[in-house]
Design a protein around this ligand. Structure first.
Ligand code: SAH
Length: 345
């Protein structure tokens, strides 16, 4: 049965027309789901009993359940959720001074095969639906409701490649962004891609205000192809052309993510190549401490060396930040919790 959370507001209006309901009832429904955040159709008290029964017959409402939750000392919380078909999905809540950010998964497993990442240890089983992404946010939001707090930012940086599940991800963003719904501002929503060039161009054409982050991780083709197989399909010059196209159409600043891997992509030469690569772009580089994954042998760069790399980039006039580590004590990197859970089973 289709989940009601799969429907954007526009799709809900279209549905009310098909079943000959009044159009305003789409608004009522949407508000029950996302403002009052009810857990059942029965709770929608200003919708008639017959109509509530009709909803029960036509849509599933709650289809995710909690498997485990881990709390980090720094406030980060990691959730392992089970979907209706048993698929396991992770999401993470991170606490910043400017608000609370949820990191949402877009697929079960991932086919991109980045060698440093735990998500790719399990090949893609399937795409998540828009509703399954919405429910990650709602699950966490309902928990925050108890203490009157709210999810203020969303990053689509959990397991999966969002641009390999483009339509569902775009529907998801429309639902959480909608004024009648969770109303999370477009500029508070970030989509992170490993660099699927045609989809970056398609995204550019949507002219939406979401932030775009690119997982770069290497400043030259030789190294990037070793770390990220996607680079063989879309090498750096094609990626950078697509990013320039996006930047011209959208006038938005781009984030490049760069995990610092000891002895791999942390040399002075990499600094120079990085500076060269992004020269002239309205962009900044987010240096990310590597979260250890048992299976793959990479090592995290120590803090002092990370600072040296950061300083060298600043000197080369590259805007950059060194990301604070979140939840290292609770397997908070993509796919880690799920991989560990499945190994135990
Ligand atoms: N597929 C998308 C989004 C999911 S990955 C993408 O590639 O952007 C989200 C980010 O986490 C990416 O930048 C990814 O490279 C990074 N990442 C993956 N494994 C990591 C690890 N073990 N430590 C730190 N960052 C990791």
């Amino acid at each position: 049965m289709k989940s009601i959370y799969d429907l954007t507001y526009e799709q809900l209006i279209a549905w009310t027309e098909v079943v000959a309901w009044k159009k305003y009832q789409a608004k009522q429904l949407f508000q029950w789901l996302y403002c009052h955040r009810v857990n059942s159709f029965e709770a929608m008290s200003d919708i008639s009993i017959e109509k509530r029964a009709f909803l029960v017959d036509n849509f599933a409402l709650k289809t995710v359940s909690l498997v485990t939750k881990q709390m980090s000392k720094d406030g980060t919380r990691k959730y392992l959720l089970k979907m209706a078909d048993g698929a396991l999905v992770e999401c993470v809540l991170m606490v910043y001074d400017y608000g609370k950010t949820i990191c949402v998964s877009s697929q079960v497993g991932c086919n991109m095969g980045c060698v440093f990442c735990a998500s790719g240890l399990l090949k893609k089983q399937r795409d998540l639906t828009a509703g399954e992404m919405v429910q990650q946010v709602l699950f966490v939001q309902k928990e925050l409701d108890e203490v009157n707090e709210r999810v203020s930012h969303i990053v689509i940086m959990g397991s999966g490649e969002p641009f390999d599940n483009y339509d569902n991800v775009m529907d998801f963003t429309r639902i959480v962004n909608h004024d009648l719904g969770l109303a999370i501002g477009a500029r508070h929503i970030t989509i992170s891609t490993c660099g699927i060039v045609p989809m970056i161009r398609r995204f550019a054409d949507e002219e939406v205000q979401y932030n775009l982050a690119i997982s770069l991780h290497a400043p030259n083709d030789e190294l990037r192809s070793k770390l990220m197989p996607i680079n063989k399909a879309y090498p750096l010059h094609e990626l950078m052309d697509a990013i320039k196209y996006y930047a011209e159409k959208n006038n938005r600043r781009i984030t490049f993510e760069y995990i610092l891997l000891e002895g791999v992509n942390d040399s002075d030469k990499c600094v120079k190549q990085l500076a060269e690569l992004i020269r002239g772009l309205n962009a900044y580089i987010n240096l990310i401490p590597y979260n250890h994954v048992d299976e793959n042998g990479f090592k995290k760069v120590d803090y002092r060396h990370a600072m040296t790399f950061y300083d060298a980039l600043c000197k080369a006039h590259v805007k950059c930040t060194l990301r604070q580590e979140h939840g290292a004590d609770i397997d908070a990197a993509c796919g880690q919790l799920r991989a560990k859970h499945e190994r135990k089973q």
